[in-house]
Design a protein around this ligand. Structure first.
Ligand code: 13P
Length: 244
């Protein structure tokens, strides 16, 4: 069986102005040649400038969302092809903030992932339970249900990454136990259409907890929010993944 690739992905969310590209450059210049993939997903306004500023480095650039449609009368939306044209190689889809703030369903996420694949982008599809769902013992049902409905036809390791992000762990400083992360990742791996698809954990990953999370068998990396904004913090997380 082909082993999944390791990936450290940073999600800047709605943070970052041109001056913050200095952090991305500092990150890139501090990396030797990591064995894992390294990705930064800035807001759409910075993709092009970040891609230019990181050209020739190991750090890849990605988007945080794309439209399901290829083009047309969709004011304010950005197509997958536009992201690719700006220098993006990946796109985060179905983040819990988009599922909550914009009412995105798993079916819409699957359509967006299909559009991403059609444009040659790797889709990073996010899944995760709310705290109420975990308390009700529904975690695996929710996450596996989201997986089944969010994956487009033809999802393979070359075009798809899955990120497990418990909603209650995002931006809260709280994380599941290592056993809880392992349980979900084991269940996800068993249901993947291609066992070599990378499985990332996301939710309050920091330099201080990264190594123990990356030691879990079916964790292939992380999707990092707050700690990806600073080169020193994200660099330490990348070093932990590299050493795992
Ligand atoms: P934090 O690392 O800030 O908890 O955010 C996680 C996340 O939502 C990444 O997509």
């Amino acid at each position: 069986m082909t082993k999944a690739c390791k990936l450290a992905a940073g999600n800047w969310k709605m943070n970052g102005l041109r001056a913050d590209l200095a952090e991305a450059r500092a990150l890139a210049s501090g990396l030797a040649s990591p064995s894992c993939g390294v990705l930064l997903c800035p807001p759409a306004t910075l993709i092009s400038a970040m891609a230019e500023s990181l050209a020739g480095s190991v750090v890849m650039v990605g988007g945080q969302d794309c439209a399901a449609q290829a083009s047309g009368a969709h004011t304010g939306d950005i197509s997958a092809q536009m992201l690719a044209d700006s220098g993006a190689r990946h796109v985060i889809l179905g983040h819990s903030e988009r599922r909550a703030d914009h009412g995105e369903s798993s079916e819409l996420v699957a359509a967006k992932a299909q559009a991403a694949h059609d444009a040659g982008l790797v889709a990073i599809i996010c899944l995760g339970e709310t705290e109420a769902e975990r308390d009700a013992g529904q975690t695996l049902d929710v996450v596996l249900g989201q997986l089944a409905a969010s994956l487009p036809q033809g999802a393979v390791a070359a075009n798809t990454v899955i990120a497990y992000e418990p909603v209650w762990a995002i931006g809260t400083g709280r994380t599941p136990t290592l056993a809880q992360i392992a349980e979900v990742h084991d269940a996800l791996r068993a249901k993947l259409p291609d066992a070599a698809i990378s499985l990332l954990y996301g939710g309050s990953v920091k330099p201080g907890n990264a190594a123990e999370i990356f030691a879990i068998a079916n964790v292939d990396g992380a999707l990092v929010g707050g700690a990806s904004l600073k080169a020193a913090d994200f660099g330490a997380i990348i070093a932990a993944l590299d050493a795992a």
